[in-house]
Design a protein around this ligand. Structure first.
Ligand SMILES: Nc1ncnc2c1ncn2[C@@H]1O[C@H](COP(=O)(O)OP(=O)(O)OP(=O)(O)O)[C@@H](O)[C@H]1O
Ligand SMILES: [Mg+2]
Length: 460
C-alpha cells in the first residue's frame, strides 16, 4: 500500500514479555527496521524523550505504566510518532478507546506476524507522508475560516481577480456554475469585499417559492394586497437597502416576475405588491444560476433584456473536475474544518486517498467533496485519511463496477456483498492470487481476506 523507502526506520517495541520482544525484534530487523526495545510504558517514555521513533509498537497490559497511559503521554509530547497497540483482549471497548486516543492501529495477540509487519509499514508510510503534508498545510496557513474560498487553479485565480475588480463598484454580477461549485460563497465574497460590507447581505433562493409569494417576498406588500395580507410587509429589496441582495437560481423566475425585476434594475425603484408608492432603493444585485440562460433566452423562457442587465459582469465557476489541482488543497481545508468540529486530530490525506479523490468526476462538485471529507474524518482512526475512509461509490466508479445492480431491488446487504465479492475476485486476479498482496491492496489482514473468500466461496 504505502511504499517504504530505503532509509532505515526506527521502531520501538514495548512489552513486558521478553519472548515477545525477541520475536518482534527478529522479525522487524529482518524487514529492515532499526529496532529498540523497552519493558514498560515508563521506560518507553524515557527513550522517546531522548530519541525519536517513527513507530512505537506497544503492549497494553504492562506493569509500571500501561500502554494506554503511555499512549496518552506520548501524544502530549508529539503526535508525530505512530503508536500501534497490542492486546490479547479483543473487546470493542479497548479497541474503540485506543483509536479514540489516537492510536494508529492495534493488533491482536497472538500475532499474525504478517499483519504486524503490514501495519508497521503502513504507519511508517504515514509518517513519511506527514512531511509532504506539512508543506501543503503551510501553503494553506492551516486554518479553517468560514467564507474562505479555496483554490489556486488558474480558473479560480481569474475568479478572485474578477471579484476584486467588481467588488468596489455596484455593477450587477451574474454567477454561473454547476451545483455545488461555490456560487453562494462567491456572492458572499463580493459583498464582504465591497464598500457595502457593513450593509446587509440578503439572500433569496428564487426556486424555493411559488410566484405569488416570491413577488411579495422581494417587493413586500401593502395591507389587503391579497387574501391573507393582513399587514404591510417589507420586501427583501427594502431590507437590502445600502447592501447587497443575492438572488439565487434566478433562472427559475416567471415571466411576470422577470418583468418586475427588470424594472428594478432599470429604475432602481420598487413598488410593494398592491401599493402605488414608489420607493427608491440602493441595492447591489448579485444573481446566480446553474441554468444555461442563453438557451432559456433562445427558447423564450427568459427575457433577453433582463439577461443583459444581469450579466453585466459574468463570473463562471468551473466544475471541480476541470480544476483537479485544487482537490488536495480543498480536502486539506475541509479536513481542518471537520477535525476541529469533531475534535479529532485528523491532519492529512494519504496519497492513495488523494488519488481516489482525483480520479473521481465529482458531479456534486465541492459540496460533494466536503461531504466526503466530513465522513472521512468521522471514519478515520488515526491522523490520516486512508482509502478505506473514502465511500465505496467513489472507489467503485474507478473500478468500473456497474451500480446498475441497485435497480435489482435486492436488499442493500446482498448488493454490497455482491460488489464485495467482485472486488475481492478482481484484486485476487490482479495479484495473481497472491493473498498477502491482495489483502494489502484491500486494506485487510490476511485472516480477514481468507474469511471473506470462504464466505463468498472463492477458491484459489
Ligand atoms: N472554493 C471553495 N473553497 C471552500 N469551500 C467551498 C468552495 N466552493 C464551495 N465551497 C463550499 O461548498 C459548499 C457548496 O458551495 P455553494 O453553496 O456556494 O455552492 P453553489 O454553487 O451555490 O451550489 P448550488 O447551485 O447547489 O446552490 C459550501 O459549503 C461552500 O462553503
Ligand atoms: Mg447555491
Amino acid at each position: 500500500m504505502v511504499e517504504v523507502r530505503a532509509k532505515k526506520r526506527k521502531v520501538l517495541i514495548v512489552d513486558d514479555e521478553e519472548s515477545v520482544l525477541e520475536l518482534l525484534e527478529d522479525v522487524l530487523a529482518d524487514e529492515g527496521f532499526q529496532v529498540r526495545r523497552a519493558e514498560n510504558g515508563r521506560e518507553a517514555l524515557d527513550m522517546i524523550a531522548r530519541e525519536s521513533f517513527d513507530v512505537v509498537l506497544m503492549d497494553i497490559r504492562m506493569p509500571e505504566m500501561d500502554g494506554m497511559e503511555a499512549l496518552r503521554r506520548i501524544h502530549e509530547q508529539s503526535r508525530k510518532t505512530g503508536v500501534i497497540l497490542m492486546t490479547a483482549y479483543a473487546t470493542t471497548d479497548v479497541a474503540i478507546q485506543a483509536m479514540k486516543m489516537g492510536a494508529f492501529d492495534y493488533v491482536l495477540k497472538p500475532f499474525d506476524l504478517d499483519e504486524v509487519v503490514m501495519v508497521i509499514k503502513k504507519a511508517v508510510g504515514v509518517q513519511e507522508m506527514a512531511g509532504e503534508l506539512d508543506d501543503l498545510r503551510l501553503q494553506l496557513g492551516q486554518v479553517y475560516q468560514p467564507g474562505t474560498i479555496i483554490g489556486s487553479s488558474p480558473a479560480m485565480q481569474e475568479v478572485y481577480k474578477t471579484i476584486g475588480r467588481v467588488a468596489a463598484s455596484t455593477a450587477t454580477v451574474l454567477i454561473r456554475g454547476e451545483s455545488g461549485t461555490g456560487k453562494e460563497l462567491v456572492a458572499q465574497a463580493i459583498h464582504f469585499n465591497s464598500n457595502r460590507h457593513q450593509g446587509p447581505l440578503v439572500k433569496l433562493n428564487c426556486a424555493a417559492l411559488p410566484e405569488s409569494l416570491l413577488e411579495s417576498e422581494l417587493f413586500g406588500h401593502e395591507r389587503g394586497a391579497f387574501t391573507g395580507a393582513v399587514g404591510r410587509k417589507t420586501g427583501l429589496f427594502e431590507l437590502a437597502h445600502g447592501g447587497t441582495i443575492f438572488l439565487d437560481e434566478i433562472g427559475e423566475i416567471s415571466p411576470a416576475t422577470q418583468a418586475k425585476l427588470l424594472r428594478v434594475l432599470q429604475e432602481k425603484e420598487i413598488q410593494r405588491v398592491g401599493g402605488t408608492e414608489t420607493l427608491k432603493i440602493d441595492v447591489r444585485i448579485v444573481a446566480a444560476t446553474n441554468k444555461n440562460l442563453e438557451r432559456a433566452v433562445k427558447e423564450g423562457a427568459f427575457r433577453e433584456d433582463l439577461f443583459f442587465r444581469l450579466n453585466v459582469v459574468p463570473i463562471f465557476l468551473p466544475p471541480l473536475r476541470e480544476r483537479k489541482e485544487d482537490i488536495p488543497l480543498l480536502a486539506q481545508y475541509f479536513l481542518s474544518k471537520y477535525s476541529r468540529e469533531f475534535d479529532k486530530p485528523v491532519t492529512g490525506v494519504s496519497p492513495e486517498a488523494i488519488r481516489l479523490l482525483n480520479n473521481y468526476a465529482w458531479p456534486g462538485n465541492i459540496r460533494e467533496l466536503e461531504n466526503v471529507c466530513e465522513r472521512a474524518v468521522i471514519m478515520a482512526q488515526g491522523r490520516f485519511i486512508l482509502p478505506e475512509h473514502i465511500p465505496m461509490g467513489i472507489q467503485t466508479e474507478q473500478l468500473g463496477i456497474d451500480l446498475e445492480v441497485t435497480r435489482s431491488r435486492l436488499p442493500l446487504k446482498e448488493i454490497v456483498a455482491d460488489i464485495e465479492r467482485q472486488v475481492i475476485l478482481r484484486v485476487l486476479e490482479e495479484t495473481n492470487w497472491n493473498r498477502t498482496m491482495a489483502a494489502e491492496s484491500l486494506g485487510l489482514n490476511r485472516r480477514s481476506l481468507y474469511a471473506k473468500m470462504k464466505e463468498y466461496g472463492i477458491e484459489g
